[in-house]
Design a protein around this ligand. Structure first.
Ligand code: SF4
Ligand SMILES: [Zn+2]
Length: 311
């Protein structure tokens, strides 16, 4: 069935890219995150600069800080060293690349040894990847690492009408197969899941489908789910919003889905708090509510709701 969404449609309304340097990472952060065993560990997250992702998902704005050409060989190790020189030591590292780690034009395969060498101090390594980019190169890279390995994959939404319209070009079965393969290879899986994807506009339905997607990810073997409130800002999302095809989630619905997903007790659930202000319309309670969600990310227990006259 034609979803009406294609790479061309998604790209048509894009603004300009930011100019990026292939020898510099986009960003680097030092954070704390609770691990599968329940202990809280320090995490260095390095956002690598690389060739743009070949998939063009409807809601994605990660292309902004990417290169048009294949990443030059040797550039990724230089970026990791650059970030390491500015970050404290950590037990876990996330290498996020606005795309797929196992896309050879984004992260050249000839750099795997050098990358793994630079990560030898970490006990756990997390990268992101598309469920269709699966092959022998994954266990090969895993075997180069000293620590354990985890792959984060966007499942986004299993809603049957929404899923094809996200232009991610996956089905539930693609995701299940990829996830089960990784688990069979001793690799942990983390799922990225959207709250209020485009083409689903009813608040209750959005909460229910987000939770169904979380459950599906755990059924497929995920050890963690990260819930991302869908944001506009990439061109097509603004158009869909004008057309009534996308409604941003409220902070209240994000809290609700986070509470309920944690209560499922199936594995770790994280709320993505990046740019959270976007979803708040009350400055009185926002900071307390953000802090509560941050504490819930670390503690993995539902805390008492923040009361405010706005609710
Ligand atoms: S696969 Fe990921 S990085 Fe690529 S377009 Fe989709 S959401 Fe963006
Ligand atoms: Zn309030």
């Amino acid at each position: 069935m034609d979803s009406g969404i294609s790479n061309e449609v998604v790209e048509e309304l894009r603004g300009a890219k930011a100019g990026v340097d292939p020898l510099r990472p986009n960003l680097w952060l030092h954070e704390q995150e609770v691990q599968a065993g329940g202990e809280v560990k320090s995490v260095n997250t390095i956002f690598l600069t690389n060739r743009e992702c070949p998939f063009k998902c409807t809601m994605c704005d990660l292309w902004r800080h990417t290169l048009d050409e294949p990443t030059p060989k040797g550039a990724i190790p230089v970026q990791i060293e650059f970030a390491h020189n500015r970050l404290p030591e950590a037990e876990v590292v996330k290498l996020y690349n606005s795309g797929n780690f196992f896309d050879g034009k984004a992260i050249p395969r000839s750099d795997y040894h050098a990358i793994a060498g630079l990560l030898s101090e970490y006990e756990h390594v997390i990268v992101e990847n598309h469920p269709k980019l699966i092959g022998s190169f994954i266990p090969e890279f895993r075997d180069m690492l000293r620590g354990s390995f985890e792959i984060a994959m966007g499942l986004e939404s299993i809603h049957t009408v929404v899923m094809p319209k996200l232009n991610k070009q996956i089905t539930r079965e693609n995701y299940r197969k990829a996830s089960e393969y990784l688990v069979s290879e001793g690799i942990d899986v983390r799922a990225f899941i959207l709250l209020n994807p485009p083409f689903l506009t009813d608040t209750i339905e959005n909460i229910e489908w987000c939770l169904k997607t979380v459950e599906f990810a755990f059924d497929c073997g995920a050890s963690a789910c990260s819930i991302i409130p869908t944001r506009d800002g990439n061109g097509i999302m603004e158009k869909l919003r004008e057309q009534g095809e996308y409604v941003p989630p409220t902070l209240g619905s994000f809290e609700e889905v986070f509470n309920r997903a944690l209560k499922l007790n199936r594995g770790r659930v994280f709320a993505d708090l990046w740019d959270l202000e976007k979803f708040s319309d009350c400055s009185e309670c926002f900071e307390a509510r953000r802090q509560r969600m941050e504490e819930m990310n670390l503690g993995q227990v539902v805390l008492q709701r923040v009361h405010c006259e706005c609710q």
